[in-house]
Write a new protein. Structure first.
Length: 135
């Protein structure tokens, strides 16, 4: 699967309460939101562009993950993800791109949350972290 864009714009869709402070909202961006009771195997996602384009001041943190926010009771094997992270617009102060924009980029960081029932094998993540992209 190649040449596609995972893009988040200024809508409120996808905001999740912060686990430490439920009055704050976080945004998680990935190819999938949550994966549950699924098998994903023998697939390469190539030339994926993850683009953040939001000025929503209600966002506390933005977390960009290669595959999914949450993986539950699933098998992911022989999966390669190659692409780029970039942003065109971020929330204003107090949002700080150096601490509040979090990119997951290693093979161990395919998801924010993975339950103990899930099996992950032979995962390769090759993602460049981009800077501001004003296309």
């Amino acid at each position: 699967i190649s040449n596609f864009k995972v893009k988040y714009d200024s809508s409120l869709t996808g905001l999740v309460k912060d686990s430490e402070d439920e009055s704050l909202l976080n945004l998680y961006i990935g190819i999938f939101d949550d994966i549950k009771d699924a098998t994903i195997q023998n697939v390469t996602f190539e030339n994926v562009i993850y683009e953040v384009n939001t000025f929503n001041s209600r966002i506390n943190k933005i977390v960009v993950v290669p595959l999914a926010n949450k993986i539950t009771n699933s098998k992911v094997s022989n999966v390669t993800i190659k692409g780029n992270y970039s942003y065109t617009m971020l929330p204003k102060d107090p949002f700080n791109k150096d601490t509040d924009l979090i990119y997951y980029t290693t093979n161990e960081q395919i998801s924010v949350e993975i339950d103990s029932e899930s099996q992950l094998t032979n995962i390769e993540i090759i993602i460049n972290t981009g800077e501001e992209n004003n296309e």
